[in-house]
Design a protein around this ligand. Sequence first.
Ligand code: FE2
Length: 279
Amino acid sequence: MAQIIGGVATTHVPSIGKAIAEQKQNDPYWKPFFRGFDYVHYWLAREKPDVAVVFSNDHGLNFFLDKMPTFAVGAASEYRNQDEGWGIPVSRSIAGDPALSWHIINNLVADEFDITTCQEMLVDHAVTIPMTLMWPGEKWTIPIVPISINTVQHPLPSLKRCLNLGRSVGRAISSYPQDLRVMIVGTGGLSHQLDGKRAGFINKTFDLMCMDKIVDSPEELAKISTHDLIREAGAQGLEFILWLAMRGCLNGKVKRLHQNYHIPISNTAAGTLLLENAA
Ligand SMILES: [Fe+2]
């Protein structure tokens, strides 16, 4: 049977891609952020996942305001990246695992989640940057199942709904008959706002509370409304719902193996978290 080994959550700011392209990982500005992945690299080498289920949000490369699925699951054999206009290099393609995708899709629909199934799907920096952070030099060898959650256009899915979506995906993976070691990834956040009067807004106290509670009491976080999350974390800080979806896939009890929090990356509070499934 497939087994969920743990989850990684990380910020996905486009400027990280630029810093990687310009090899600035050891610059004083960037070093505290990139060093936060040393332990993740050690864990990946030790745990050797076979596949990653990646929760992210699309920023207009694949879906736009005219068609915005609340939840979309990729079921392709390959996911391409394209020029998004951030000045970052186009990433190489990432392989898919259509059989696992369809198993998750079937289970989600049986669990009454009305998802969009995508047999073609582009992936943007919200997928490619975390993959490159985890496997520098684009040296990933494992396929992904990408799951996109709308964080762009109202109405937005609630935190509770995203936690429950993750739980449904977790049950689906645990019932998959193939012996696979599955890791879960949630990308985005933490607090940031890109425009308007609050541009540059960061809330360290709130971020650290979220990084703390997501370990042992995600249900408490799930009680926060989307409006309160935006008030506390900024309009784009709403991306924390992707971390909650990741957490939902894991067991009730998890071990926090590693955490890094660094302000700022661009105008974002950068968080990295590694959770391992407890028995
Ligand atoms: Fe984003």
